[in-house]
Design a protein around this ligand. Structure first.
Ligand code: NAD
Length: 260
């Protein structure tokens, strides 16, 4: 149902973003992926997306900390594939440390990648969506867009900020056929989660199993990780005409985390 539409997904060389890219491609959308990774792996992803969509798929190496590269990415997308009609702001990194020991560089990088990049992509992409009278902006928030956990000051601040940005833009474009929503996952088993285990072990003096069961899943009532496919299915639904009245929302897919 997305034939002729173009989706630009930041941070889509792995994890949740790659799941979104595959799901949208399977519905025929042109796809621009973005993120870091090995050249060969990225080439394989592009081939897979092209063959499943029968449409175009290209890669942008733009660094989401650099506004100039972000603007160039959106312009490249428009020139090479059209659109973007669907923009998914998904790039993210994590850093876990008490605030009084928190690296200033990590603070700046997390705010830039998660929050400021979504401002820059949205600003650059909106004119095309407005002239088409149709658009979908989906931001990957987190349960940490809505509630906090200790030792994640930058991430929680950035994700709460993204929830506010989502609502603001939704209001600004409410009459123009464009919806803006935040998907807020609980813990999803991806490399982002796996990579924060060693730092959490250090910060809390725990073993790997203790971090998984007593920290990560402690507050996730279903006691299992959210699956990438479950998030991708929701993103697809948000792209449907049936979802045109859903805007400005934070949609939790968190196994009950924020019900507490
Ligand atoms: P991931 O590490 O698999 O994916 C992150 C992606 O962002 C990768 O493609 C990476 O290359 C890209 N990226 C990182 N820095 C970048 C930069 N400077 N410029 C461009 N791309 C960059 O992790 P994931 O779990 O799939 O995370 C995707 C999103 O989901 C993030 O925003 C994350 O905060 C959010 N999220 C994840 C979970 C979880 O439990 N995994 C939970 C809630 C929210």
């Amino acid at each position: 149902f997305l034939k002729g539409k173009t989706a630009l997904i930041t941070g889509s060389t792995s994890g949740i973003g790659l799941g979104y890219a595959k799901a949208l491609a399977a519905q025929g959308a042109n796809i621009m992926i973005n993120g870091f990774g090995e050249t060969e792996e990225i080439a394989d992803i592009i081939k897979e997306l092209q063959s499943s969509s029968g449409s175009g798929a290209v890669y942008s190496a733009a660094d989401m900390t650099l506004p100039g590269q972000i603007r160039a990415m959106v312009a490249d997308c428009n020139r090479e594939l059209g659109g973007p009609d669907i923009l998914i702001n998904n790039a993210g990194i994590q850093h876990v440390a008490p605030v009084d020991e928190f690296s200033e560089d990590k603070w700046d990088a997390i705010l830039a990648i998660i929050l400021s990049s979504a401002f820059h992509t949205t600003k650059a992409a909106l004119p095309t969506m407005k002239s088409a009278g149709w658009g979908r902006i989906i931001n990957t928030g987190s349960m940490h867009s809505l509630v906090a956990s200790p030792y994640k000051s930058a991430y929680n601040a950035a994700k709460h900020g993204l929830a506010g940005l989502t609502k603001t833009i939704a209001l600004e474009v409410a009459t123009q056929g464009i919806t803006v929503n935040c998907i807020c996952p609980g813990y999803v088993w991806t490399s982002l989660v796996e990579n924060q285990i060693p730092d959490t072990m250090k910060a809390r003096g725990l073993t790997r199993d203790e971090v998984i069961n007593d920290v990560l899943l402690a507050n996730q009532p279903q006691k299992k990780f959210v699956q990438v496919d479950q998030l991708a299915a929701l993103a697809l639904f948000l792209c449907r005409d049936e979802a045109s009245a859903i805007t400005g929302t934070n949609l939790s897919v968190d196994g009950g985390w924020t019900a507490q």
